[in-house]
Design a protein around this ligand. Structure first.
Ligand SMILES: [Cu+2]
Length: 487
């Protein structure tokens, strides 16, 4: 039995070692290391596949038992920090949501032990796998649900290749985070080979203010995450100028996400069912990743810069969506409890007659009418300096707005969307962010990250820091030091 843990944050040396171990395991060799030429015998143009990197998510190690790769997944409640000062209670696997990434090679036989540490039954579905029906994880259909405290062992041979995923097949549990990537590397490597291969999982949560548990029934999502992190807490994808890059995106949620990359044209090269033949690769700079779908894109990173990679739905490029919940997102008196619908939820009417008036508690919902006379005073944040000071002590909030701003229909929009005025570079500091333009973090929210295409010297500098393992600092700080106005 040999444990494998390709730790992507490890030193270069240990990474090389892990990669060798991976290939040794992947190709079923107990001893000896195959050279690249041996691996690709008869295919001189093909290099061995690189392991995928899933920023902010670990890989799942495995052991081997008579040639079977054995994985162990634990379904459990997890605490997940989506962004500084926003830690929520999700359900996931092995300590995170999404759960750890599984990487295997086409042809592998795998055994996956699933333990249920949730307070209710669950199931594990292998999305798109061509496996026997009794391994499909359909609760009540192909098997009994896995009882709380129970275990189910799945075992099957995988002859497919591509970007796959696993998820709970209990619908509401999916919306609590229960997803993970399952990458099947092809037996014969794809051509052309890529230098970097990334996985991004797209999820969304509706989290009411002052409440750490997502409302899985809600249709309005205010936290949009990539690999469990919302911008600016997402970890950028780091590539060297000239690299060929693959980015695999997986969507499990209630919305489709048009993912847009700046500065490059890519080809869509794969779906949730595997590789698309090269003759029908589609060029684009935006790819729609629908619910339950995966899309692989590939590009040559030939344009240096810190390029935004993000969902283009405007509401998915924000955090908190405080427009609808007003001052309750702040540290104030908290959510009023035990009052009637009018007083407690602002559902009927009140003073000054705004359904989401400042005096009432929050509700997420459409049509709150930013720009109307009534809603202006409470649109996105308390607009008076006194109110602001009282609700956000310690926060520097210089507001660059015109003197007559309140007379302009439509005001406020982005100036008060918690973005431009709330840069937090220091709070999300990590090696991958090294050298970004000061104040950048005020403009990266929700389903947003970077593809950083770095010239060799900058690339080496960032990689040095990554290899040194400089820790990311994202503390929950009561007074939010480190926040600053970027202007
Ligand atoms: Cu989106």
């Amino acid at each position: 039995m040999r444990a494998l843990s390709p730790d992507l944050n490890a030193t270069k040396e240990s990474k090389v070692k892990a990669r060798r171990t991976f290939f040794r395991n992947a190709f079923g060799l107990g001893a000896g290391i195959l050279s690249a030429s041996e691996l690709t015998r008869g295919k001189p143009t093909a290099a061995p596949p690189v392991l995928v990197q899933t920023p902010d998510v670990k890989d799942l190690p495995f052991t081997t038992d008579n040639g079977v790769k054995v994985f162990h997944l634990v379904a459990e409640p997890v605490r997940q920090q989506l962004a500084p000062n926003r830690t929520v209670d999700l359900w996931g696997f092995n300590g995170s949501a999404p759960g750890p990434t599984i990487q295997i090679t086409q042809g592998d036989r795998v055994r996956i032990i699933v333990d249920n540490h949730l307070p209710e039954p669950t199931s594990m579905h292998w999305h798109g796998f061509e496996i026997p029906h009794n391994m499909d994880g359909g609760p009540g259909i192909s098997q009994d649900p896995i009882a709380p405290g129970g275990r189910f062992t799945y075992e099957f041979t995988l002859n497919q290749a591509g970007t796959f995923f696993y998820h709970s097949h209990m619908a509401m549990q999916e919306m609590m985070g229960m997803l993970g990537a399952f990458i099947m590397h092809p037996k014969t490597p794809y051509t052309p080979p890529v230098d970097k291969d990334f996985v991004l999982m797209l999820q969304e949560y509706a989290v009411l203010p002052n409440n750490p548990v997502p409302n899985s029934m809600n249709m309005e999502f205010n936290w949009l995450v990539l690999n469990g992190k919302a911008g600016p807490a997402t970890t950028p994808l780091i590539v060297r100028l000239g690299d060929r890059v693959r980015i695999r995106m997986i969507n499990l949620g209630m919305d489709h996400h048009p993912i847009h990359l700046h500065g490059h044209t890519f080809r869509t090269t794969g779906t949730e069912a595997g590789r698309i033949p090269e003759a029908v690769w589609i060029p684009g700079n935006t790819v729609l990743v629908g619910v339950a779908q995966a899309r692989d894109i590939e590009l040559v990173a030939n344009n240096p810069g810190d390029w935004m990679l993000h969902c283009h739905l405007p509401h998915h490029m924000m955090n908190q969506m405080s427009s609808n919940v007003g001052p309750m997102t702040r540290r104030g008196p908290g959510m009023p409890m035990g009052v009637d619908m009018n007083q407690g939820m602002g559902m009927l009417n009140g003073s000054p007659g705004a359904p989401t008036g400042e005096d009432y508690g929050p509700s997420l919902g459409r049509g709150m009418g930013v720009g109307s006379t009534n809603d202006q005073p409470v649109a996105n944040t308390p607009l008076s300096a006194e109110k602001e000071d009282s609700t956000m002590p310690g926060m520097q909030m210089d507001q660059d707005v015109a003197k007559n701003a309140n007379q302009v229909p439509g005001f406020p929009q982005d100036a008060f969307m918690e973005g431009p005025m709330m840069a937090m570079d220091k709070m999300v500091e990590r090696p991958q962010n090294y050298g970004l333009r000061p104040g950048w973090s005020g403009f990266m929210q929700g389903m947003m990250t970077f593809l950083r295409v770095l010239p060799p010297d900058q690339y080496d500098k960032v990689m040095q820091q990554i290899n040194r393992g400089q820790p990311a600092s994202m503390p929950d700080m009561p007074d939010m030091p480190g926040m600053h106005h970027p202007m």
